[in-house]
Write a protein that binds this ligand. Structure first.
Ligand SMILES: *[C@@H]1O[C@H](CO)[C@@H](O)[C@H](O)[C@H]1NC(C)=O
Ligand SMILES: *[C@@H]1O[C@H](CO)[C@@H](O)[C@H](O)[C@H]1NC(C)=O
Ligand SMILES: [Mn+2]
Length: 444
C-alpha cells in the first residue's frame, strides 16, 4: 500500500513545489536574479537517513536534501523556475525527472556551443610553458542527457591544446538510456584516437567508476570532470602548470554555473572566487575567500587555498593519486569521496588549491532520487569518512546526527592502515592549520 502512495506523494510534492516556486518567483522576482549563491542553505537532517518510511511530502523533501549532499544537487521542488517557461509542456517536467535539468533547452543547444570567456582579464597575460605534462581527462556518466555529455566532450576537444591532451576517457557506469549506446558510439567515431569509451559491465557507482577511468589512463595528470560540464578557454594549462611546480598540489578550476539565473536556460554564468568548505554535518558549502586573495597586487589570479573540493572536478598528478590511495573502494555509488580525498590531501602532506584562471562550467543538477538504497549508501560513505579521519572530533558529527551513531559502515582497517602508512597528521592539525573556521563554529 505504502509503495503505491509514494509516487503520488512525490509527484504531489513536485507539483506543489513548482507552484510554490512560481509564486515565489512572482513575488520575489528580484531575489531570483542574484548572481550566485556562495553559501548553501544548511538543513541536512542527517538523523533521518536511516528511516525508510516516507510519511509526508515534507519528509521527501528532506530526504532529497540528504541525497543531494553527494553532489551538491538541489531538490527539484525547491527551485525557483523562470516565469517565462511554458509549464504545460510535459517534456519539461519529464526532463527534470530524468536528467535533473532542462533537457529541452539542452537538446536545443546541441552538441557544441561557444561559452563566454569568464576569466579575469589579468589571466589573459599569463603565459604557460610549452613543456607541460600531458593530461587524461576522465568523465564518468550514468544516464546522462546525450547533448550535455557531448558538449562536455566537445568543449574539451575544442579548448585543449592537442599536445597536452593524452586522451579523454569516458566511463559509462551502466547507463540504461538507448541514446547512450550505439548512437554514442557513432558520434564518438569522429573523435576516434582521442576518446576512449569504457563500459562497466555492472553499475559500480561514481566512486569506483572514477577509479576504473584512472586505471585506463596514461597521461601524466588525471583530470576528472562531471558529464555535464563545459570547459572555458585555456582551462587546462593553469591546472597543469600548478602541478608542475608541486606534484603534491591538487588543483580545482573555478566552477562556473551553467544556469544560475533561472535554472531553465542553461546559460553559462560567471562565478565569483570562492573556496570549498563544510560544516559539522559534513555538508559541503562554498565559503568566501580572504580579501588578500581577492585583491592582491597582481590581481585575483593567484591560487586559493581550499579546505575542501566541491565534487569531482579536479586535476591531480597521476602517480600522486595512487600514492594517496585513490578513493575508498568500499564507498558505494557516490558521496563523501570528495571530502575524504580533501582531508587525505591536506592531512597527508599535500595541498589543495582553486586556480582562478582555470574555469569550468557545470550544470548543478536537481536530483529526484530518493530511494533508500541510495540514501543508505551515502550515509555509509559519510560514516566511513568520519571513522577514518575525524579522530575525537567525530563526536561533533554524532552530536548533530545521533541516529547515525549505531549504523554499520563496513571494514575500514585498510583505510586506517593507509593513514598510518602515509604518516598523516591528525584532524586537530587540519583544524589548526587548514580550516580554523570549522573549529570556531563548533558550538554554534
Ligand atoms: C505550451 O505547450 C503546450 C504543449 O506542448 C502547447 O500546446 C501550447 O501551445 C504551448 N503554449 C505556448 C504559449 O507556447
Ligand atoms: C578487515 O579487513 C582486513 C584486511 O583489509 C582483514 O585483515 C580483517 O580481518 C578484516 N576484519 C574483519 C573484522 O573482517
Ligand atoms: Mn555534477
Amino acid at each position: 500500500m505504502r509503495n503505491n502512495i509514494i509516487p503520488y506523494l512525490f509527484y504531489g510534492s513536485l507539483t506543489f513545489g513548482i507552484w510554490t516556486a512560481l509564486f515565489f518567483v512572482y513575488f520575489h522576482h528580484d531575489d531570483t536574479r542574484k548572481p550566485h549563491r556562495t553559501v548553501q542553505e544548511p538543513a541536512p537532517a542527517w538523523s533521518r537517513v536511516h528511516q525508510q518510511e516516507i510519511h509526508d511530502p515534507k519528509e521527501i523533501r528532506r530526504q532529497h536534501i540528504i541525497v543531494d549532499m553527494a553532489e551538491e544537487e538541489e531538490p527539484i521542488e525547491q527551485k525557483t523556475f523562470s516565469p517565462f517557461y511554458n509549464f504545460s509542456d510535459p517534456g519539461l517536467v519529464d526532463g527534470f525527472l530524468k536528467y535533473g535539468f532542462n533537457a529541452i533547452v539542452s537538446r536545443s543547444l546541441g552538441h557544441e556551443r561557444e561559452v563566454p570567456d569568464t576569466r579575469h582579464k589579468r589571466c589573459l597575460y599569463n603565459h604557460y610553458s610549452i613543456h607541460l605534462p600531458t593530461a587524461s581527462v576522465i568523465i564518468c556518466f550514468y544516464n546522462e542527457e546525450f547533448n550535455a555529455l557531448l558538449r562536455t566532450v566537445s568543449s574539451v576537444v575544442t579548448l585543449t591544446p592537442l599536445h597536452l591532451l593524452e586522451e579523454i576517457i569516458l566511463v559509462d557506469d551502466g547507463s540504461e538510456f538507448d541514446d547512450l549506446k550505439e548512437k554514442l558510439n557513432y558520434y564518438l567515431e569522429s573523435l576516434r584516437g582521442k576518446v576512449k569509451l569504457v563500459r562497466n559491465k555492472k553499475r559500480e557507482g561514481l566512486i569506483r567508476a572514477k577509479m576504473i577511468g584512472a586505471a585506463h589512463a596514461s597521461g601524466e595528470v588525471l583530470v576528472f570532470l562531471d558529464s555535464h560540464c563545459e570547459v572555458n578557454r585555456v582551462w587546462l594549462e593553469p591546472l597543469l602548470s600548478a602541478i608542475t611546480r608541486d606534484s603534491k598540489m591538487v588543483v580545482c578550476p573555478v566552477i562556473d554555473v551553467i544556469d544560475v539565473i533561472d535554472d531553465m536556460s542553461l546559460q553559462y554564468t560567471f562565478s565569483p572566487l570562492v573556496r570549498g568548505a563544510f560544516d559539522w554535518d559534513l555538508q559541503f558549502k562554498w565559503d568566501t575567500i580572504f580579501s588578500y586573495e581577492m585583491h592582491p597586487p597582481e590581481g585575483p589570479i593567484m591560487p586559493i587555498r581550499s579546505p575542501a573540493m566541491a565534487g569531482g572536478i579536479f586535476a591531480i598528478y597521476r602517480p600522486y593519486f595512487y600514492e594517496l590511495g585513490q578513493y575508498d573502494k568500499d564507498m558505494d555509488l557516490r558521496g563523501a569521496e570528495n571530502l575524504g580525498l580533501s582531508l587525505r590531501i591536506w592531512m597527508c602532506g599535500g595541498q589543495l588549491f582553486v586556480i582562478p584562471c582555470s574555469r569550468v562550467g557545470h550544470i548543478p543538477k536537481k536530483s529526484s532520487r530518493s530511494d533508500s538504497t541510495f540514501r543508505k549508501a551515502v550515509a555509509r560513505n559519510y560514516l566511513r569518512l568520519v571513522h577514518i579521519w575525524l579522530d575525537e572530533y567525530k563526536e561533533q558529527f554524532f552530536l548533530r546526527n545521533p541516529g547515525l551513531k549505531s549504523m554499520t559502515y563496513g571494514n575500514i582497517s585498510e583505510r586506517v592502515q593507509l593513514r598510518k602508512r602515509l604518516g598523516c597528521k591528525s584532524f586537530q592539525w587540519y583544524l589548526d592549520t587548514v580550516f580554523p573556521e570549522l573549529e570556531a563554529s563548533m558550538n554554534s
